[in-house]
Design a protein around this ligand. Structure first.
Ligand code: SF4
Length: 332
């Protein structure tokens, strides 16, 4: 594996994500899918999936990237994060059981996407940084075959692999899990700064389309001051045109005793972000037409009216508002 180094004591250090695990022979990293095998760190889940589905791109969520198109979603086992509230713990927190996994080479995945007329492939369900090598190989094949590539990720990646990763990814939704180092440390067993660095890198140095999602957990990351700080950071570092999704949490994994996020909390977060000046703010996992829809940042008219994953109005001419001809940020 390209992103590894040998330490003085002969252990191998993985350099894909900021954990930089130091591995003895036959030892797996924190993600439990990378293992040191005779001095070579290998991805044990390469070519295996825990399930495939054809999804509307809105489900990722990506609201400003070819709306209404279909993507083939792929995921496998393992994760680089330690989120105690993980919403997909049935795949991220269990070790690969090869009796139940399906084999899919990059070629097979691309052929399925083409056969079903998908716009592209989404690396999702678990974090594609956990299956970096497979993502890159498949994404390269997508390029040759005219398919778009989408990643849904924590953004917890080191700067060097990030350069390679985002060279081949066309659109990304990065989870900004909470605007506090304490929250990341306690609830994700990770750090905030590397995530912010990745977000800045994508926006400032790549052509990859960027959207952000914050899963709101009451009394953990939904405090007004935290949401205000998050919005201030976004505006200062990314401008005010990056779509921001606030989505509802459901009790899962180690947070089974918590309450699901209320509509009131989502609306409060929505109002804070809109009042701060972010142009495209959305709520997710809860049906609400107004806060799921896209409005023109100039004339305020509805451009894309959504409820759930359905679109009931589409008022764009190419990428422009049909009323005032202002461009809508994103790819359409
Ligand atoms: S990718 Fe896995 S093995 Fe590598 S540093 Fe991150 S958690 Fe450790």
């Amino acid at each position: 594996m390209k992103y590894q180094t040998t330490l003085n004591d002969n252990r191998q250090q993985c350099l894909i994500c900021p954990r930089e695990c130091k591995l003895k022979d036959n030892q797996c990293g924190f993600c439990f899918v990378r293992e040191d095998i005779n001095g070579e760190i290998k991805l044990k889940t390469y070519g295996y999936n825990t399930g495939l589905a054809i999804d509307p791109i809105e489900k990722k969520p990506l609201y400003h990237f070819y709306p209404m198109s279909k993507v083939l979603s792929f995921g496998t086992n393992g994760c680089i994060m330690g989120c105690q509230f993980c919403q997909n713990d049935n795949i991220t927190k269990v070790k690969p059981n090869y009796n139940f996994l399906n084999e899919t080479s990059p070629e097979m995945l691309v052929n399925i996407a083409l056969d079903y007329n998908c716009k592209g492939i989404a690396f999702t369900y678990n974090d594609p940084i956990a299956f970096f090598e497979y993502t890159i190989d498949t994404a390269k094949l997508c390029k040759v075959n005219g398919l778009k590539t989408v990643a849904v990720t924590s953004g917890y990646i080191n700067p060097e692999p990030a350069k390679e990763f985002f060279e081949y990814i066309d659109a990304v939704n990065i989870d900004l899990k909470g605007f506090s180092e304490d929250f990341y440390k306690k609830n994700c067993l990770a750090h905030l700064e590397p995530v912010l660095d990745t977000i800045k890198y994508v926006k400032q140095n790549t052509n990859c389309h960027l959207e952000l999602t914050t899963l709101l957990i009451e009394q953990e990351n939904d405090f007004d001051y935290m949401l205000e700080q998050e919005c201030d950071w976004i505006i200062e570092n990314l401008g005010n045109n990056v779509p921001l999704h606030f989505s509802a949490f459901f009790p899962r994994y180690k947070f089974k005793d918590r309450k699901p996020t209320s509509q009131k909390t989502l609306m409060r977060a929505y109002d804070i972000a809109v009042n701060k000046g972010i142009n495209y703010v959305y709520t997710g996992n809860i049906p609400d037409i107004k806060t799921s829809s896209t409005f023109c940042k100039n004339c305020g008219k509805p451009l894309i009216v959504r409820l759930g994953y359905n679109i009931s109005e589409y008022n764009l001419i190419d990428n422009k508002c049909k009323y005032c001809l202002t461009e809508l940020d994103g790819k359409f």
